[in-house]
Write a protein that binds this ligand. Structure first.
Ligand SMILES: Cc1ncc(COP(=O)(O)O)c(C=O)c1O
Length: 492
């Protein structure tokens, strides 16, 4: 019986008595799942039954189950219960299959990090979300700039960088953010990183302690989820509505140390955070003495509606860490991003960044600084905006025939993808798989959900595919979706 197993696990784990009960139960359940003692797909008893059997409070049981759901060990289906996820790697099964010992020696955290979260196979095909058209990158010019900086490289340019990055690049980033994102800052606050993942990890490592709570959007950006799991934070998911993350009074029961948001274009629903919601998040951060991590990815591409100031631009309390990346405007393999930290944190962040990462790549940073100073970044951005606006219009037109009360588009005012919301009775994973067999890649919205169980839809990118491919394959995509919708409405 499960409750006996759990009581034995709790005793066997011999957790320090100081650990809260929900944490002990969480650990016992997690171990039992990883060891294969509870099978994939197995239904858990209701929280009420577990409460009775384990003689624990309902809150304790619910907190443990919620945490395991957020982390992907459990999935809950409204009306039918909570089940052990099919996606958890199992130690016991691996041992039985004779998996080499080194797999079994991954830490519990290693297992969580190496299990797939988003089930995306990162294919580059028409409609893949999150991919820009980096074929437009001016390779010859870039080579010329790189060669120039390699030729005149001074020895210190080949060393690690302890100053937060190459000064002219930090200045170029500061100028850009002041003008285009209304972020008031000086160059000392800018730190060049190897992209958003590194920035997130640094924030989690420096601003939170082990097991502190991070609020994150549900559905969420899988990269952020992994960064927070890696740093041992407790994930608290907050549902997203059409104005972005939507905290309720009940969320205050899990006070955050960090609040991670994508306000310009919520990833993946595409919701643009409204101004009142931005003020609400800033005031919640003040109330909880929390830090806001503003991931402003996709902010460069706004197609309709008035511009909205970044959270960092509205912040009067020095609570926002602003994160940006060159992955979308230039190319992802460049591996360069930046963060803007409040003045009081800048020196500590630079020291820790140096010790943890030994940052370098100064000649590449120098080439990029010159690329920006010479106006090439601005013109690449202008060209990209025009081109993506056409692709977006073409995709919207192609999808028209399948739209209606059952299928609505959200998040198309900004960014490089849109979200097509579908009825909660439709299996979006099966539909995405079916579309994949046609050579097109879309992602199921439900794959990004942490605790939400009813969200269904498709995330459709228009950044990667050239216009003629969108025109050619858009109608096929729309027909396939329309067929799935009519099959689903006749079967319900
Ligand atoms: C939500 C979000 N933030 C940030 C990034 C950029 O991340 P990086 O700078 O690590 O390439 C992406 C890339 O897809 C993203 O989807």
């Amino acid at each position: 019986m499960l409750s006996e197993l759990l009581l034995t696990e709790i005793a066997r784990l011999n957790q320090p008595a100081r650990l809260p009960l929900h944490r002990q139960l969480y650990e016992a359940l997690r171990r039992a799942i990883l060891d294969g003692k509870i099978a994939a797909g197995e239904r858990l008893p209701s929280s009420r039954d577990l409460t009775q059997d384990l003689q624990l409070s309902r809150n304790t049981v619910v907190a443990a189950i919620n945490q395991l759901t957020v982390e992907g060990y459990l999935v809950s289906h409204i009306g039918s219960g909570t089940f052990v996820s099919d996606n958890v790697p199992r130690l016991a099964a691996q041992r039985q299959r004779g998996t080499p010992e080194r797999h079994a020696t991954l830490s519990a955290r290693g297992l969580r990090l190496s299990s797939s979260f988003c089930a995306s196979d990162l294919e580059i095909q028409p409609f893949t979300a999150g991919i820009a058209d980096f074929s437009a990158f001016p390779v010859t010019l870039w080579q010329r700039l790189q060669n120039k900086h390699w030729r005149m490289t001074y020895p210190d340019m080949l060393d690690y960088s302890s100053s937060g990055g190459y000064a002219p690049l930090r200045r170029a980033v500061a100028d850009y953010l002041r003008i285009f994102r209304s972020v008031p800052l000086d160059i000392e606050q800018v730190i060049i990183t190897s992209g958003t993942q590194e920035s997130l990890a640094l924030c989690a490592q420096l601003l939170a302690s082990h097991a502190d709570t991070v609020w994150l959007e549900d559905p969420a950006y899988w990269g952020a989820v992994k960064a927070f799991i890696a740093t041992g934070l407790t994930l608290h998911s907050v549902p997203v509505d059409d104005q972005g993350i939507a905290p309720q009074a009940s969320d205050d029961a899990a006070p955050p140390r960090l609040i991670y948001v994508t306000p310009s274009h919520q990833y993946p629903t595409g919701a643009v955070m409204s101004l009142p919601r931005r003020h609400q998040i800033l005031s919640l951060a003040r109330q909880h003495q929390a830090w806001i991590l503003e991931d402003d990815y996709d902010s460069e591409f706004r197609f309709s509606g008035p511009p909205i100031s970044s959270l960092a631009g509205l912040d009067t309390d020095q609570r926002v860490i602003y994160l940006g990346s060159f992955s979308k405007v230039l190319y992802p393999g460049l591996k360069l991003g930046y963060m803007v930290v409040p003045k009081g944190l800048a020196a500590a962040f630079k020291r820790a960044h140096y010790d943890l990462n030994r940052p370098g790549q100064m000649p590449v940073q120098a080439a990029l600084a010159e690329f920006i100073d010479m106006g090439h970044f601005a013109s690449a951005l202008r060209r990209a905006r025009q081109s993506y606006a056409q692709r977006r219009a073409s995709l919207l037109a192609a999808l028209q025939p399948c739209l209606g009360p059952q299928a609505q588009i959200t998040g198309a005012e900004q960014g490089l993808h849109l979200c097509l919301r579908l009825p909660d009775t439709l299996d979006d994973r099966a539909l995405a798989q079916h579309i994949g067999k046609l050579g097109l890649t879309v992602r199921p919205l439900s794959a990004y959900c942490l605790q939400q169980t009813r969200l269904r839809g498709l995330i459709i990118g228009y950044g990667y595919a050239p216009l003629d491919e969108i025109e050619r394959f858009g109608p096929l995509l729309a027909r396939t979706i329309a067929n799935a919708l009519s099959r689903s409405s006749t079967s319900t």
